[in-house]
Design a protein around this ligand. Structure first.
Ligand code: ZN
Ligand code: ZN
Length: 284
């Protein structure tokens, strides 16, 4: 029997390569970030290792808690430390940060904890935060794939029903322009009615508006809320964006973030819902 070579089996989707190349051309300043994202996308393809770590959702969690709330995740400690160290090395920073602890802080969006880990290793806190965010992507995607069928159909919160993050984009899909919120971490999509602020639940139309790009780009706009000053990018699309493409699109539309920030709108610093998850490294 002929086996494809390991190299061939690992070869990535051509579409991903093309989008990454385009993102690099248009955003040379984001090279370091794109390198980490590329590694995280590669690692996500290699799903089996991470799928083995997917926890059971806690049965007694509060109704508004995401599926990973207070989850206990057991990972292969050695493999996770190696994975996180690879990213830290790519960033040239924080080699001594404990990979399992950083993964836990990142999954929980606990920036203070991530900064403390960076400080104790004498590393740059911002660089360590970014590594943590990317390091968590393969685990969070594996969790989202496994628990997708447990997301309640009645989920009406503005934050991700799986991992508790705020959405990075609102997609208006299909002919009926259904509003689908997408998580940039685990890629989960969830529907929320039009015209409601995802951050503060404002529904008064007078307080909700859009910023639209001045020319071209008719498919994109920014949803803003005058009550909490939050903003969310929006895009009209035929079908939901592929999981791998969400963060690349987020980078490619950074001019919309700039436009919103210049007008005084912000994305909340606190997570949508604090996960309080625990991650433990199982000895090999
Ligand atoms: Zn999520
Ligand atoms: Zn609001």
């Amino acid at each position: 029997m002929l086996w494809p070579s390991a190299r061939l089996r690992r070869s990535r989707n051509v579409e991903i390569d093309e989008r990454l190349a385009q993102a690099r051309r248009e955003n040379p300043e984001a090279e370091a970030w794109l390198g980490l994202l590329e590694a995280a996308l590669d690692e996500s393809e290699d799903g089996a290792r991470w799928e083995a770590a997917v926890p059971q959702a806690a049965a007694d969690r509060p109704v508004k808690a995401p599926l990973l709330y207070r989850a206990h995740v057991t990972v292969d400690g050695r493999a996770v430390r190696k994975w996180v160290r690879r990213l830290l090395d790519m960033n040239g920073n924080g080699r001594d940060v404990d990979g399992v602890a950083l993964l836990e802080a990142a999954v929980c969006q606990d920036d203070a904890r991530s900064d403390a880990l960076a400080a104790s290793a004498g590393a740059d806190p911002h660089a360590v935060r970014v590594v943590g965010q990317m390091a968590a992507v393969p685990l969070l995607r594996a969790c989202a794939r496994s628990v997708a069928d447990q997301v309640p159909a009645t989920w009406w919160e503005g934050y991700c029903p799986v991992c508790g993050a705020w959405p990075v984009v609102a997609e208006y899909t299909g002919l009926e322009r259904k509003r689908l919120l997408r998580c940039g971490r685990c890629a989960t999509g969830w529907a929320i009615p039009l015209l409601r602020c995802v951050f503060c639940d404002e529904i008064q139309h007078d307080n909700l508006a859009y910023l639209t790009p001045e020319e071209g780009e008719q498919t994109r706009r920014v949803e803003i809320c005058r009550t909490c000053n939050g903003y969310l990018k929006g895009v009209a699309t035929v079908r939901p964006t592929a999981a791998w493409s969400i963060l690349i699109d987020d980078l490619m539309t950074v001019h919309l973030d700039v436009a919103a920030l210049e007008r005084g709108y912000r994305r909340p610093e606190r997570p949508g819902y604090a996960l309080e998850a625990r991650i433990e490294g199982r000895p090999a």
